[in-house]
Design a protein. Structure first.
Length: 451
């Protein structure tokens, strides 16, 4: 095959080509400045003077270049404001680039925001035909697919009602049903499925996989690392409008969470304090002084805690994650973690108690717990003024590409009332330095047999 034939074949395989793409917005402080910018530069130019500028430039995207092949599924990740939605709107043609070019090959179906492309005064049925006509589907083909669309959307009699009466879930059900049944060459989804219930989401993801198997190119924006890894072999990471990394989804998501942790830590450093929030002045023994622990990598403890409950006889004052002898907020899959929590006893706690730790997702889904009662560890009675460091050690089975939180609690007596339970006492991210792909939350050894 000649070099020209190879180049032609590569060109034929491309669904989307983005070259040196940039998007700049003009930010005006007041409406008056917008009017000045419209009138005064023309006058100054006419009289031979240098035009003035009455706006600030905000570059939502800066020099982005990426090729996406036909049939590829690409996850696009990044923190809020990184440029993800702007990139999708440029690809769809709803925005014009400031610099650079975009080439797309094939019909595009997009779910960019709730109800996009719907007329709120039209019924669901009328909007099905409206959406189809917008993307170039003739009425006869829509008639053939209409019953499948209705069955997938599953919104019952609401199909004959104006969509302005729909809930957010019904909007998404109908919009996704329309797009997936019109055989797009390129499907673009920007977090729209997050408002659906879990059963509809499962049905949508199954449909997306089926479309991918049939050669549809998929661009998928989501903050759910497990979903991106499950759907997309490849991902790109944007930060402040720039493309940071493009590659294997698991590696990109590791970089995403490392970057997010570093940015969050940098933002919190402005508020960091040089000393701990608790006071050990007057400690009776050297052992009490040793009990002081301070996190150097996280925001101050009071800013971390989302909420707490308990009688208040003792209160947790610090919590940190250790790997070996060093504190860490980014740990590897399979690492042995030691969680140290400091308990400050304010009033006598005269009975034997219990302590526990819960590891949860940032959204609050509890994953597993470690509890002294079930492990046969006794937590003795304590007197006011004491400080105790509690240590929980475990091998993390957690998947990379996600961030997790730690809740800690102390109850007295055993299985009794909480003295203090703290939610979001600490957090950490997991990265995978090896080549093993863990598609969901846990790395659980297992075997598969086919007979």
């Amino acid at each position: 095959m000649s070099a020209k034939d190879t180049m032609d074949q590569e060109q034929d395989d491309i669904a989307i080509r983005v070259s040196n793409l940039s998007k700049c917005y003009q930010i005006y402080d007041t409406p008056r400045d917008r009017l000045k910018q419209f009138i005064l530069p023309r006058i100054r130019h006419a009289v031979g003077r240098q035009p003035a500028q009455y706006f600030r430039e905000f570059w939502a995207l800066k020099n982005i270049s990426v090729d996406i092949k036909k049939g590829e599924a690409i996850g696009i990740v990044g923190r809020n404001g990184s440029g993800k939605s702007t990139l999708l709107q440029l690809i769809c043609g709803t925005l014009s680039p400031t610099q650079g070019t975009i080439e797309t090959h094939g019909r595009i179906a997009a779910l960019l925001e709730l109800g996009s492309g719907f007329n709120p005064e039209f019924t669901g049925q009328e909007n099905v035909y409206l959406n189809g006509s917008i993307i170039g589907i003739d009425k006869n083909r829509l008639d053939e697919r209409f019953s499948d669309i209705v069955r997938f959307a599953d919104i019952g009699d609401h199909l004959d009602q104006p969509v302005k009466t729909y809930s957010s879930g019904m909007f998404v059900r109908l919009a996704f049903a329309v797009q997936m049944h019109l055989d797009p060459d390129i499907l673009i989804i920007d977090e729209a499925l997050s408002v659906g219930d879990q059963f509809f989401q499962a049905k949508c993801y199954a449909a997306i996989r089926s479309m991918m198997d049939n050669g549809t190119t998929v661009l998928f924006v989501s903050h759910s690392a497990s979903t991106v890894k499950a759907l997309c072999p490849r991902a790109i990471l944007l930060s402040h409008g720039e493309l940071v990394v493009d590659g294997l989804a698991s590696k990109v998501l590791d970089r995403y969470f490392v970057l997010g942790s570093l940015e969050a830590n940098s933002a919190s450093s402005e508020h960091s304090v040089a000393t701990s929030e608790f006071d050990i002045t007057g400690a009776a023994t050297a052992e009490s002084a040793v009990a002081q622990i301070v996190s150097s990598l996280q925001p101050p403890f009071s800013r971390r805690v989302s909420h707490r409950v308990g009688t208040g006889q003792a209160r947790f004052a610090e919590c940190r994650v250790m790997v070996g002898s060093e504190e860490s907020i980014i740990v590897e899959t399979g690492a042995t973690l030691r969680v140290q929590a400091m308990l400050d006893v304010l009033d006598d706690c005269p009975y034997e108690g219990e302590v526990g730790l819960v590891v949860a997702t940032i959204e609050g889904v509890e994953l597993f717990a470690i509890n002294s009662f079930f492990q046969g560890v006794h937590i003795p009675a304590m007197k006011a003024g004491e400080k105790r460091v509690l240590e929980f050690e475990f091998v993390s089975p957690l998947s990379s590409g996600a961030r997790y939180r730690i809740d800690v609690g102390y109850r007295m007596p055993v299985q009794g009332e909480y003295v203090d339970k703290v939610f979001s006492a600490a957090s950490f991210s997991v990265v995978n330095q090896g080549d093993q792909i863990i598609p969901l939350l846990f790395d659980v050894p297992g075997t598969i047999r086919v007979s």
